[in-house]
Design a protein around this ligand. Structure first.
Ligand SMILES: *[C@@H]1O[C@H](CO)[C@@H](O)[C@H](O)[C@H]1NC(C)=O
Ligand SMILES: *[C@@H]1O[C@H](CO)[C@@H](O)[C@H](O)[C@H]1NC(C)=O
Ligand SMILES: *[C@@H]1O[C@H](CO)[C@@H](O)[C@H](O)[C@H]1NC(C)=O
Ligand SMILES: [Fe+2]
Length: 433
């Protein structure tokens, strides 16, 4: 009997080891269930839903929302005093169908010119409840700014936890590394995701790039990004783009490149030509910080999604290294990882720091298993949910921190001061090996 018992315990621990993987010393909690939503269709209303804002060029913000009524006007009224709206702007609206699903009407209105670091009060469609956002700090190389950084959110109990933690930080702009709703073809889940993030995304600009879950293509029936493009358009008049899948913007002393992992990136592609032209316009005196964001990581020592960013990396890494990019953020892998400055898999003081932040809390759970030994370029890796904060202090210094969800508490788990490559005394001349 005793022998049986011991054998059973040994078998059990072996099974546990197999399930949990033997690399991670942390035993993190499992995925949480998706939040449930009432999908009952009510009579169409002009009440704004899924309100979110994004940066739309210097001194301008795009306000986006959905109404179930198609007769709601695409206007925003705003002002600096609650209840008093001195300004009005008119925008445009769009809708889409997806097999049997018929969307509501999505309104996109650019408001401005706006003052920096100022709270504005606004109403969507000229009626309904009042919302408020704060504009980011002004342009300037020495201007401090705080970014919240997240990826792969979905809409589970863990998502809620991550959003709660982000809401408590005093951030200026959120950078989102793709895989927003995890609707995965179930279009009403895009609506519930919009509602879930509204308290945050209506109050601060959210800048997003696409992930694989945002594609939702049905070959020869429905083109990719139908829902994503209708709901989260990031292009604006000042940036003459033909695609919503890659763009750039400047805020405070930072030039941000939002790249597309799920649209062409090869040397003859529109994205590649755009990137070359955009990098040529960067002025490191004006924007000493240069950062990029994409979905499928280029440097990843987790066993999940190995190699998926390789083709894009071989196409674009030399270009980014030459431009002296400070950080590339990625999502996709549901864990956190930070590299040293690296180029062509070698530690390089003039290379790029890569940060994987695909740990927003979606229903697929954590990616717990790592490749061993840990590559030399990998500095910190952990399979936990959480979010990041990038606090630019001035033209030379920034504090990066990662906050993991310890159950429902945010705990600072990785942080460092980094210096911008534009201020580096290194000779960062580019040699194409
Ligand atoms: C770069 O920006 C600085 C500061 O705004 C400006 O003085 C300088 O003329 C710019 N350089 C170029 C080449 O445009
Ligand atoms: C930039 O910020 C860092 C960190 O706060 C500080 O140590 C440094 O003195 C600042 N540099 C300038 C030029 O203000
Ligand atoms: C960086 O910022 C975080 C978040 O505000 C803070 O908790 C941490 O102490 C800072 N790290 C350093 C090294 O100053
Ligand atoms: Fe993904």
């Amino acid at each position: 009997m005793a022998g049986y018992g011991r054998r059973f315990v040994r078998l059990l621990s072996l099974l546990l080891l197999l399930v949990l993987g033997n690399a991670s010393p942390y035993v993190r909690p499992p995925a949480r269930k998706s939040l449930s939503w009432p999908f009952s269709s009510t009579t169409p209303t002009t009440d704004p839903q899924q309100v979110h804002v994004s940066l739309a060029g210097p001194k301008h913000i795009k306000v986006s929302w959905m109404t179930s009524s198609f007769s709601a006007p695409s206007i925003v009224k705003w002002g600096t005093t609650s209840g008093k709206y001195d300004f009005t702007a008119q925008g445009e609206s769009t809708s889409y169908t997806y097999v049997t699903y018929k969307s509501g009407l999505f309104h996109h209105v650019i408001v401005g010119p706006l003052d920096a670091s100022t709270s504005y009060y606004y109403r969507c469609g000229g009626a309904g409840p009042e919302f408020s956002f704060r504009t980011p700090p002004p342009a300037g190389p020495q201007v401090p700014i705080t970014f919240a950084v997240a990826g792969d959110l979905g809409q589970t109990g863990w998502t809620k936890s991550t959003l709660d933690h982000i809401q408590k930080t005093d951030y200026d702009v959120l950078l989102f590394a793709g895989d927003l709703s995890y609707a995965d073809y179930m279009q009403p889940l895009w609506d519930s995701f919009g509602q879930l993030v509204q308290p945050l995304a209506s109050a601060r600009p959210w800048m997003v790039t696409q992930g694989n879950h945002d594609v939702e293509e049905m070959p020869s029936i429905i083109k990719g990004f139908r829902s994503y493009n209708a709901r989260w358009p990031m292009s604006f008049d000042e940036s003459p783009l033909t695609s919503n899948l890659f763009y750039s913007f400047e805020v405070a002393g930072v030039h941000v490149l939002m790249l597309g992992s799920y649209t062409d990136y090869a040397e003859n592609s529109p994205q590649y030509s755009w990137l070359q032209a955009d990098l040529a316009k960067v002025n490191r005196t004006r924007t000493p910080w240069l950062i990029a964001m994409l979905h499928a990581p280029w440097y990843n020592s987790n066993t999940a999604h190995q190699g998926e960013g390789d083709a894009m990396m071989s196409a674009m890494e030399p270009l980014l290294r030459k431009a002296k990019i400070d950080i590339v953020f990625a999502g996709h892998v549901h864990a956190y990882e930070r590299t040293t400055r690296v180029f062509l898999k070698n530690v390089d003081p003039c290379g790029i720091m890569h940060i994987t932040i695909g740990d927003g809390g979606n229903r697929e759970g954590l990616a717990r298993s790592y490749k061993n030994p840990q590559p030399r370029w990998s500095v910190f890796r952990e399979a936990s949910f959480g979010h990041g904060e990038l606090k630019i202090a001035n033209s030379t210094h920034a504090n990066w921190s990662w906050h993991r969800n310890d159950n429902d508490e945010p705990v600072l788990a990785d942080d460092l001061w980094m210096t911008s490559l534009s201020s580096s005394s290194q000779d960062c001349a580019f040699v194409n090996k």
